[in-house]
Design a protein around this ligand. Structure first.
Ligand SMILES: [Zn+2]
Ligand SMILES: [Zn+2]
Length: 276
């Protein structure tokens, strides 16, 4: 596993990329402008964490991200996050943020603790609006702790995040020699780990004839990697085609790929934050 090749957390770059893609893809402008608001909060939160915490968080036992939650640190910033959502989100989400803020700190603590323990996939008790709030809020927090841990050493066939057990959001192809190495990127904490090129990240299918790859003209650097065995698909951002792409942001702009997959009967392994 090559660690240096994987992505670094860089919020200023994400914000800039969102602004650029918003101008380039008018159909995604609304989504990306909202994302940029969220990312500006995430950047501030990320930068404040070392102050609250000391220089580095202590790595959780067994490398399991969800083993511990620093509740005072997260509560300290959650109110500001809810206010930001109130001012910038579409109606129902803004209303939910306001309601949570009015319900007070005990209710917020309960929601955050519950979500942190349950993780991304098993959070069926959490409704969609709450899931958005918790997921967007925890992203920088998870990234901060993961960045302080040693990289995981794994076989290249692991389909779930080694840190938090969430499903992969994306594949990322990073330049390596003449081709590219594929990594999976966690949908919750953004941990990346290396993964075989020809292998379904959902069911483990490895027959190349069952794994068609589609690329749309509008997004030449985004591979829609499908599996005809389980009918799931993974979007892989190909950095060998566009070295300026920021996977997490370019993915949000690729709304037409979502529609295409729907029409063709493929379901994404894990949706992104804004369901695009
Ligand atoms: Zn993770
Ligand atoms: Zn599959």
């Amino acid at each position: 596993m090559s660690f240096l090749a994987t992505g670094k957390v860089n919020y200023p770059a994400r914000i800039k990329r969102a602004e650029l893609l918003s101008a380039r893809h008018p159909f995604a402008a609304k989504i990306l402008d909202f994302y940029a608001h969220v990312a500006r909060f995430q950047k501030d939160f990320y930068e404040q964490l070392p102050k609250h915490w000391g220089k580095q968080p202590i790595a959780p036992p067994d490398g399991d991200l969800r083993a511990e939650l620093n509740l005072p640190v997260v509560l300290n910033s959650f109110g500001a996050f809810l206010s930001l959502i109130e001012s910038n989100a579409p109606g129902p989400l803004a209303a939910r943020a306001r309601q949570l803020r009015m319900q007070g700190e005990t209710r917020c603590a309960q929601l955050l603790t519950e979500y942190w323990k349950a993780g991304l996939l098993e959070s069926s008790s959490v409704d969609q609006l709450d899931e958005f709030l918790a997921r967007a809020f925890f992203q920088p927090y998870g990234e901060f702790i993961v960045a302080a841990m040693l990289p995981p050493v794994l076989p290249m066939t692991v389909c779930r995040c080694p840190r938090c057990n969430a499903l992969p959001l994306l594949g990322v192809l990073r330049p390596e020699g003449d081709g590219g190495k594929r990594f999976l990127q966690c949908a919750f904490c953004s941990q990346e780990w290396e993964f075989r090129r020809i292998l379904c990240a959902h069911c483990g299918e490895e027959k190349e004839s069952q794994l068609p790859v589609y690329v749309a003209e509008a997004f030449p650097h985004i591979r829609v990697e499908c599996c005809d065995t389980c009918k799931r698909y993974l979007r892989t951002i190909d950095l060998t085609r566009d070295g300026n792409a920021i996977p997490i942001v370019d993915d949000l702009a690729a709304i037409p790929l979502h529609l295409w997959a729907d029409e063709n009967g493929y379901k994404r392994i894990q949706d992104n934050l804004l369901g695009t």
